[in-house]
Each structure stands twice: as C-alpha cells, then as structure tokens.
Design a protein. Structure first.
Length: 216
C-alpha cells in the first residue's frame, strides 16, 4: 500500500468534513470556511465580536426567509464581516427582491450581495457536485504558497465559486487564479474586503480570540 502524502491527507480530510456538512445542510449551497485537516481553525481576521454578529446574522436571516417563504424558495445566506452573500433559487424576481429586503433589515447587516436565481430548485446531485468543487478549491488554497488558506471562505454553487474574506489585493489575485484553475469551475465571484499590506501586518500582529459560543 502506498503511503499517503500530506497533500492527499488534506484532500481526504476536507472531503470528509464537507460530506458531513452536506448531510447537515442538504438544502444549502456549500460554504467551506477555515477547515484544515479536519479541524476548525480558530484564527480569523474578524474580531471575535464580529464573528458572533456574523453567526447571528446567518441564523436570523435564514430563519426570517424560512418563515416568510416556506418551501417557495430554497435560499441560504452567508455573512462575513457583516457582508452577506445570498444564494439559492426562487420562483420569480419579486420573491428575490423581497428576500434581499428581509436580509438587509437584519440587525448588523452592512451590505447584501444578491446572487439569487429564478430557476428550478437544485437537486441533491447538484449539491454533491458543489460539495466536491468547494472542497477541491479549498484544498488547492491550502497547497498554495504565500497565502493563508484560513483567510478565505469558499462557497460553491452550481459551478460558480464565491470567495469571501478580508485579504490583500495580492492574496485576492492569487486565490482567484487558484479557483479559476480548478477543473469544474465555470465562474469565480469575488466577495472580498480588501486590506492594505500594512493593515494585514497590523492585523496579524494582534491575536484574535475565537468567539465564545454560549447556549442559545
């Protein structure tokens, strides 16, 4: 039996984690955050307070959409540093506009990126393909020099890869090229907050504590 190298171990671990996530979020587009070798990395370029706010935005926003739309729409939102990415399928443009309005009214939301589609609901097979695509892009970022893979959130949806994070232009350019070079990627959408190299140096010199997740 051949010995698995570090790159293969990373890819296997990422696929295992993403498979578990898909089973929990079968109706959602796939988000891959700071996962490395099966472990959630605590390092984050957001403050701990904003991390908690982002979690609250996602919970409140997804709940509001579910209450308002029921089974008429399949929508999931993702918040990073209060910037919200809205993905999924709706029946018409009016429903899409209504959903964006609901999300924009959630407390602490700074901006909304509307990527809703008027289209039939995605199948489980579609979600599985996006699962693999997102994990592959994330694994490629882990293997890329001169960037921190944990600085990027990767969302895959119907062949389009969305890249989120607080990164420098240099990091954004590298990550975008990595994503574009992954087989199966039809389009890359950048949802970055761009930092200067000086801001990044200052940020990296200040440790950020992982948020405390109390009982809900």
């Amino acid at each position: 039996m051949k010995t698995l190298n570090t790159r293969n171990l990373r890819r296997i671990s990422l696929l295992a984690v993403m498979t578990a996530l898909l089973s929990l979020q079968a109706c959602a587009p796939l988000l891959v955050g700071g996962f490395v070798e099966g472990t959630l990395i605590a390092s984050d370029r957001r403050t701990s307070g904003i991390q908690v706010e982002d979690q609250g935005i996602e919970i409140k926003g997804n709940n509001r959409i579910k209450e308002a739309m029921g089974e008429k729409a399949h929508v999931t939102l993702y918040s990073y540093n209060r910037q919200v990415l809205v993905l999924g399928e709706v029946s018409n443009d009016r429903d899409a506009q209504y959903i964006v309005q609901l999300v924009s009214q959630v407390e602490n939301v700074k901006s909304v990126v509307n990527e809703l589609k008027v289209a039939p609901f995605a199948s489980f097979s579609d979600k599985t393909k996006d699962l693999y695509l997102a994990s592959k892009v994330k694994a490629n970022l882990v293997d890329t020099k001169n960037i921190y893979a944990t600085a990027f959130y990767v969302v895959a949806y119907q062949g389009t890869v969305y890249l989120m994070g607080r990164v420098t232009q240099r990091e954004a350019d590298i990550a975008t090229q990595v994503a574009r070079n992954a087989s199966g990627v039809s389009k890359v959408v950048k949802v970055f907050e761009i930092l200067s190299e000086e801001e990044l140096k200052s940020l990296m010199s200040t440790p950020v504590k992982a948020p405390s997740l109390g009982s809900k």
